[in-house]
Design a binder for this molecule. Structure first.
Ligand SMILES: CC(=O)N[C@H]1[C@@H](OP(=O)(O)OP(=O)(O)OC[C@H]2O[C@@H](n3ccc(=O)[nH]c3=O)[C@H](O)[C@@H]2O)O[C@H](CO)[C@@H](O)[C@@H]1O
Ligand SMILES: C=C(OP(=O)(O)O)C(=O)O
Length: 432
């Protein structure tokens, strides 16, 4: 079994460069399916397992995909197939993002229903509501969602009950080729939505208002391949900012875009962290003592849920009582039990977690429960007494490129190893 082994106690210093954003590249690659003419060339694509998964989904739909040197080229000009099978959707829920493009291009889409998720129930009713408003008939059965539209999608007015990132993206993609105008209200305002809209407009779409609560899309007849560079990953940036802060380090996070990180910067500064803008990123200096704060996750520009577990790690080192309230996902506290294994003074009260610090953190063997939890446990290991072993690294690899290598370059005592566990030895003996 692969593990990351961290020996706590090192202050981080130096420079780290962030990759292209996972949550921008996945919808962008799904959008390349809309181009019936010409190739799309996408730059700054991170080598994440999620990117390999979406590339496989596109290939299965009959697109030609090449991925070299952080550049993906997609040729979706041939007739597309319609099915995204469960083996991909199970690995990565964002596979459902091909649905809007498929419906728009072919009038049909068949996507496996996403199964359970470690961070709570994640329905896609808002995506489907949008497709139905545009004239699609949607059927759910035998583990699949089948959507079909006769005579092409029609522009519509759609109000989202919650500013869902995925629903905004999926409906926006579908609307680009619909007949007439679509008005999407109460949409997500994340920077990744703006990045997607920028790509769509380069492809020939007419999307206005991305980044605000209302997006207007005038349908066009055809879209073309385009060239696009993915925005820097604000969550990876935030994770390294937390690494600097928790270790009382001094790190320049290159590529961090301050306007994408307003709520995180505000909370870190409130905790006593020194953050300054430099020409090509943010310098983060951790104080000797951190102050506890209260945090509530919200849709952008509120505090991002994808930074919740990393900030929880930081709060464990802060003096006083802190509270994190999770409002975006219904069950994103699985990592709390793992923090407890590291002697964290922490308790769950409904949708909130209360920390009382600073905790006397101790190294332990812990399992990542989702990708941000993986990062948060490693961050905690950086300041725990003794050795921390983090398992279930498949989660980490979905969202971070060479995380241990980047931390080691900043001075962390960290390695990634393959260790055979006692139960694996038994299995090897049985199979011998
Ligand atoms: C690939 C990607 O970009 N993933 C991000 C995206 O996920 P994702 O797009 O799945 O997140 P959403 O914004 O859609 O989900 C937010 C909340 O809305 C609920 N919901 C969503 C859709 C729907 O049809 N019905 C419904 O009830 C979800 O269950 C969840 O509780 O935004 C999340 C919220 O910022 C981030 O944590 C994820 O990292
Ligand atoms: C929850 C996340 O991603 P996904 O929506 O792909 O599961 C995340 O990036 O933290």
């Amino acid at each position: 079994m692969e593990k990351i082994i961290v020996r706590g106690g090192k202050r981080l210093s130096g420079t780290v460069k962030v990759e292209g954003a996972k949550n921008a590249v996945l919808p962008v690659l799904a959008a390349t399916l809309l181009a019936s003419d010409g190739k799309s060339i996408i730059h700054d694509v991170p080598t994440l397992s999620d990117v390999y998964t979406i590339n496989e989904v596109l290939r299965n739909l009959n697109a030609e995909v090449a991925f070299h040197n952080n550049q993906v080229t997609v040729d979706a000009s041939k007739e597309l197939l319609e099915e995204a099978p469960f083996e991909y959707v199970r690995k990565m829920r964002a596979s459902v993002l091909v649905m809007g493009s498929l419906l728009a291009r072919t009038g049909r889409a068949r996507v496996a229903l996403p199964g359970g998720c470690a961070i709570g129930s994640r329905p896609i009713d808002q995506h489907l509501k949008g497709f139905e408003a545009m004239g699609a008939k949607v059927k759910v059965g035998n583990g699949f969602i089948d959507a079909e539209v006769e005579g092409g999608l029609k522009g519509a007015r759609v109000y989202l009950d919650f500013p869902s990132v995925g629903a905004t993206e999926n409906i926006m993609m579908a609307a680009t080729l619909a007949e007439g105008t679509t008005i999407l209200e109460n949409v997500a305002k994340e920077p990744e939505i703006v990045d997607l809209a920028n790509l769509l407009n380069k492809m020939g779409a007419k999307v206005k208002g991305a980044g605000t609560a209302t997006i207007k899309i005038e349908g066009v007849k055809k879209l073309y391949g385009a060239e696009h560079t993915i925005i820097p990953d604000r969550i990876e940036a935030g994770t390294f900012m937390t690494a600097a802060a928790i270790t009382r380090g001094n790190v320049l996070v290159r590529g961090a875009v301050p306007e994408h990180l307003t709520s995180l910067i505000a909370k870190m500064v409130e905790m006593g962290v020194e953050i300054t803008e430099e020409e090509d990123g943010l310098r983060v200096i951790g104080p000797e003592k951190l102050k506890a704060v209260d945090i509530k996750t919200m849709p952008h520009p509120g505090f991002p849920t994808d930074m919740q577990s990393q900030m929880m790690a930081l709060l464990l080192r802060a003096e006083g009582t802190g509270m994190i309230t999770e409002t975006v996902f219904e069950n994103r506290f699985m990592h709390v039990e793992e923090f407890r294994r590291m002697n964290a003074n922490i308790k769950i009260e409904g949708r909130s977690v209360i920390t009382n610090g600073p905790s006397d953190l101790q190294g332990a063997e812990v399992a990542a429960t989702d990708l941000r939890a993986a990062a948060a446990l490693i961050l905690t290991g950086l300041v725990a007494d003794g050795i921390t072993r983090v398992t279930e690294l498949k989660h980490l690899d979905r969202g971070y490129v060479n995380f241990h290598g980047k931390l080691a370059a900043l001075g962390a005592d960290i390695e990634r190893v393959t260790e055979v566990t006692p139960t694996e030895t038994i299995a090897l003996d049985i199979n011998a």
